[in-house]
Design a protein around this ligand. Structure first.
Ligand SMILES: Cc1cc2nc3c(=O)[nH]c(=O)nc-3n(C[C@H](O)[C@H](O)[C@H](O)COP(=O)(O)OP(=O)(O)OC[C@H]3O[C@@H](n4cnc5c(N)ncnc54)[C@H](O)[C@@H]3O)c2cc1C
Length: 435
């Protein structure tokens, strides 16, 4: 049957030309304006989430000759996400190549604690999975195999749930969070609802933390992203010792918060929830053995800001690094990505120390005081904290101001000892758990 519209007719003509030229039309998904032959891809990305999508984008932007395939279990790239970040988390060059995915840029941010309210001038930005998917599909620079689940990964091949074996020059595992062997974690867990209100909410910039709410289940705050005058994402968040999420309780807390602000919710546009890792200590060899031949990206590679669990800046940095160092075969890419994680973990040791103090010293309901003290520090320090670019002087400044009992904090200093104690605690708990 002849396609009715102009785009459809053009795509049909391209496919006909491609067949005459001896190449097969691309599998599905990506732009109607390109075709692929049956040669194996140079890079097979397993998981079309944030990290792998950005790698595909950046690599093919810098190296149009590289053949990239994304294998995604879902139907669309990125799932259903809004990813936000502080402007200085990315360099100017990184912001330039990320620009097509941007949907919001607010000119500042705000925080509220019982004894401290502050406005910051650093812009805050968001990208969405919808925009990411649409832009990438329209660019048509790589192949998407969606609705396909990988079950077995090797350095240069993947087996899918239908038993098909797909060969590639290199395989990169970006399937999101995986086993946490060798990691000691706390959790940032949240439920968010993007809602429409009966009246304008009056917010002009995001509230990164409103910690004037009751404190329970660890450090509790509400995060607000005002998308339009009368729509806002309200997210109830806990920095908690346990990863179990009680969505009903958090939804009720969101309702109470909206009422307390005098907002009448007339519609819910979108919902999200998450349990993000907060890294207190890590053992790379256990998490990612040196002889593992499969490359990793994103959360699967342990690449996230240790104190927030957010991963967009690290995903952007890895995408740049891979594009800079291409070409690589599967084993080389595995070594490269593992080394990237090793270097990042080395550089962010200080954050894990802060997390150990936050989660293991003092009472959970008093955690907000640590954050309140932190937010009284200078704006350049806070900016560098989020961007994992703290100077030595800034690190010392944070430690000096911490409202924690110094004697209790001392045992947190040495990470290896902490890991051993936590492992011992785990084995004690296991040996006392009734079978
Ligand atoms: C609700 C929520 C909000 C967040 N907000 C932010 C934020 O604002 N800013 C920020 O920086 N971080 C945020 N994060 C944290 C983190 O950045 C995201 O989780 C991010 O999506 C992680 O990227 P990733 O590529 O590692 O994994 P994902 O984006 O989760 O991608 C993994 C992909 O792999 C696919 N997959 C899984 N198994 C298979 C398989 N066997 N075969 C094929 N495909 C498979 C999945 O379908 C998925 O698409 C948020 C997390 C959550 C959960």
């Amino acid at each position: 049957m002849m396609p009715q519209n102009r785009a459809g007719r053009m795509a049909e003509r391209r496919n006909r030309d491609a067949r005459r030229a001896g190449v097969t039309p691309r599998c599905r998904g990506f732009g109607q304006n390109s075709v692929m032959n049956s040669r194996t891809p140079d890079l097979l990305l397993v998981g079309g989430g944030l990290a792998n999508s950005l790698i595909a984008w950046r690599l093919t932007q810098r190296r149009p000759d590289v053949r990239v395939t994304i294998l995604e279990a879902g139907e669309r790239l990125g799932g259903n996400h809004t990813w936000s970040f502080h402007e200085d988390d990315l360099s100017a060059q990184q912001r330039a190549w990320m620009a097509p995915f941007l949907v919001h840029r607010w000119p500042g941010q705000h925080i509220r604690f019982p004894n401290c309210r502050r406005d910051f001038s650093e812009p805050y930005l968001s990208i969405t999975s919808d925009r990411l998917h649409d832009v990438m599909v329209a660019a048509g620079r790589f192949e998407l195999k969606s609705g396909v689940r990988a079950v077995e990964l090797a350095a240069d091949a993947v087996t899918t749930d239908s038993g098909e074996r797909l060969a590639a020059g290199a395989v990169l595992d970006g399937r999101g969070p995986g086993p946490s062997d060798g990691l000691v974690l706390g959790f940032q867990k949240f439920v968010g609802r993007e809602v429409r209100l009966a009246e304008p909410h009056g917010l002009t910039v995001p509230t990164i933390m409103d910690a004037t709410v009751d404190q329970h289940d660890g450090y509790r705050f509400v995060y607000l992203l005002p998308f339009t005058d009368d729509t806002v994402l309200i997210e109830d968040t806990r920095y908690s010792d346990g990863g179990a999420l009680d969505p009903a309780e958090l939804h009720a807390a969101i309702d109470r918060y909206a009422t307390a602000r005098g907002w009448t919710v007339i519609d819910t546009l979108r919902g999200e929830d998450g349990v993000l890792p907060i890294l207190m200590a890590c053992d790379l060899e256990r998490f990612w053995p040196a002889d593992d031949p499969v490359a990793r990206s994103g959360l699967r590679a342990g690449l996230f800001q240790p104190t927030t669990g957010y991963s967009l800046p690290q995903a952007v940095a890895l995408a740049d690094a891979i594009a800079d160092h291409w070409p690589m075969n599967g084993v080389q890419l595995a070594r490269f990505t593992r080394e990237f994680t090793r270097e990042f973990w080395q550089r962010t040791r200080f954050y894990r120390l802060l997390n150990r103090m936050l989660f293991r010293v003092g009472r959970p309901e008093h955690r907000y005081r640590v954050l309140e003290t932190f937010y009284s520090l200078s704006e350049p320090l806070i900016t560098n904290f989020y961007a994992t670019k703290l100077t030595l002087r800034q690190k010392l400044r944070i430690l000096v101001g911490k409202p924690l009992p110094i004697l209790d904090a001392l045992p947190m200093v040495r990470e290896r000892r902490f890991l051993e104690r936590e492992a011992q605690k785990g084995s004690d708990q296991r040996s006392t758990t009734p079978r």
